[in-house]
Design a protein around this ligand. Structure first.
Ligand code: GDP
Ligand code: IMO
Ligand code: MG
Length: 423
């Protein structure tokens, strides 16, 4: 069996958690392959909202294994609180969650370094979620990191102290206040002990054995393609490969064993944190998207910046990921709009271009829009595609034609039930 991948095509928060939850009955295993608690994946069912940060979004469906892959970075303290929430929701966590021994650990000092680095950048700050993601991946690639499997070593405390001392030296350069560290460490070590209740596995073997045995596996992306460390709007990106290739390195799946790639996007765009956003709106339309879409970060609560759909960016993300099926969310948020704009090209340094240029941080990519009629209909109660207003069908057809990939799922509200599978 090939492994399918679901990932975001924009700047994150496209609705990955919701759609993974909807698709989970089709799968035996859901696996996260990159990112960490910077992610906030929201699931709503039975009138209850759940937000997951590290744990895959298949966790609420019975008989599904949820693997946290080697490419993920884990903060034991946040993981512990996610486990506590799941236990409250009667999820048998020890049975359905597995953690790769090769996943890296976020230390309290990684979080401090994240904060110190952002402070030092001043106006140029990334707008990080401050969960310690960047510094943890830096230690991974710098070959200094601590991994989940290390927690079982006799000298784990020694390994921890070595890394912590390196961090303290760096923090002193930043003149960063570390007085809270003793308390944070206590909490962290207690959480590491609790984490040991969840099986630590050689996830690359586990995932490939399952694949060979014919198990259906879905790899769940975090963040979005435009936040990818290589292809996003660098340096305003996250520190991992968020694109489909990240599923190969973050789980140990060979490229030839990737099957469907579901690319998910909002019917408009949002971005949280700093960095270029060509179609960003500062007018009433932007306010309307933010208000109706409840556009606040699921991890930090920060307001998300909102704008029109950006086709050059969507095409770029589709190319990088080899997307085979598109999923569109939040069309219901645009229900009151008379007209909708879609960016098809940019005016960039005197030329009209239809691709994302190298330097959009220093030179403005001014969007050129095509105007499309709004559907002016409440979509939240729609139960099948034949109830779609014609303007929505036109919008979908236009996107399919431009991007060259079919839209297979349209989400019309945050609830699990508000999901339309197209033929
Ligand atoms: P993720 O990070 O990609 O999983 O997305 P988030 O959970 O951070 O943000 C998506 C938000 O939109 C959440 O609050 C979801 O409950 C909500 N949502 C998902 N799909 C839809 C939809 O089709 N319509 C509306 N109105 N909300 C949606
Ligand atoms: P999900 O999985 C939206 C953004 C941050 C910041 C940049 C770097 O919920 O879609 P980091 O903490 O990684 O150093 O922040 O990336 N960011 C996200 N934006 N959704 C996310 O995850 C994000 N994870 C990180 O806001 O701009
Ligand atoms: Mg999110």
């Amino acid at each position: 069996m090939k492994v399918d991948v679901l990932l975001g095509l924009q700047w994150g928060d496209e609705g990955k958690g919701k759609i993974v939850d909807v698709l989970t009955p089709e799968y035996d295993m859901i696996s996260r392959f990159q990112g960490g608690p910077n992610a906030g994946h929201t699931l709503i069912f039975n009138n209850t909202k759940h937000v997951l940060h590290t744990i895959p979004s298949g966790v609420f469906r019975e008989d599904t294994e949820n693997v946290i892959g080697n490419g993920v970075v884990i903060d034991p303290v946040i993981f512990k609180s996610e486990i506590a929430n799941l236990k409250q929701a009667d999820v048998a966590v020890e049975k359905v969650i597995l953690i790769s021994k090769k996943a890296h650990l976020i230390l309290p000092t990684h979080r401090m370094l994240d904060a110190a680095s952002e402070q030092a950048k001043g106006k140029g700050k990334i707008g990080s979620t401050l969960k310690g993601i960047g510094p943890t991946y830096m230690d991974k690639t710098g070959r200094n990191g601590l991994r989940v499997g290390d927690t079982e070593a006799d000298n784990f405390k020694e390994q921890y102290d070595t890394l912590k001392n390196k961090h303290l030296a760096l923090l002193s350069h930043y003149d960063f206040d570390t007085t809270a560290l003793a308390d944070l460490e206590k909490e962290w070590f207690a959480a590491v002990e609790e984490m040991k209740a969840i099986p630590f596995i050689d996830s690359e073997h586990h995932v490939n054995r399952a694949r060979v045995a014919g198990k259906r596996i879905l790899a769940e992306g975090a963040q979005g393609s435009l936040l990818d460390i290589d292809f996003g709007s660098y340096p305003f990106v996250t520190s991992s490969n968020t694109i489909a290739a990240g599923a190969c390195t973050g789980l140990g799946i060979a490229p030839g064993n990737i099957g469907e790639v579901y690319g998910i996007f909002k019917a408009y765009c949002t971005r949280v944190g700093s960095g270029p956003f060509p179609t960003e709106l500062f007018d009433d339309n932007g306010k309307e998207l933010a208000e109706k879409g409840h556009e606040f970060g699921a991890t930090t609560g920060r307001p998300r910046r909102c704008g029109w759909l950006d086709l050059p960016a969507l095409k770029y993300a589709t190319m990088l990921n080899g997307v085979t099926q598109l999923i569109m969310t939040k069309a219901d948020v645009m229900s009151d709009m008379d007209t909708i704009q879609v960016c098809t090209h940019y005016k960039y340094r005197g030329k009209v271009i239809d691709y994302l240029p190298y330097d959009i941080c220093n030179f403005e990519a001014e969007p050129i829009y095509k105007e499309i009629s709004g559907w002016k209909a409440d979509l939240t109660g729609v139960s099948s595609a034949d109830q779609f207003p014609s303007q929505l069908n036109d919008y979908i057809a236009f996107i399919e034609k431009e991007v060259g990939v079919p839209v297979k799922i349209v989400s019309v509200g945050p609830d699990r039930e508000q999901t339309i599978i197209l033929d």
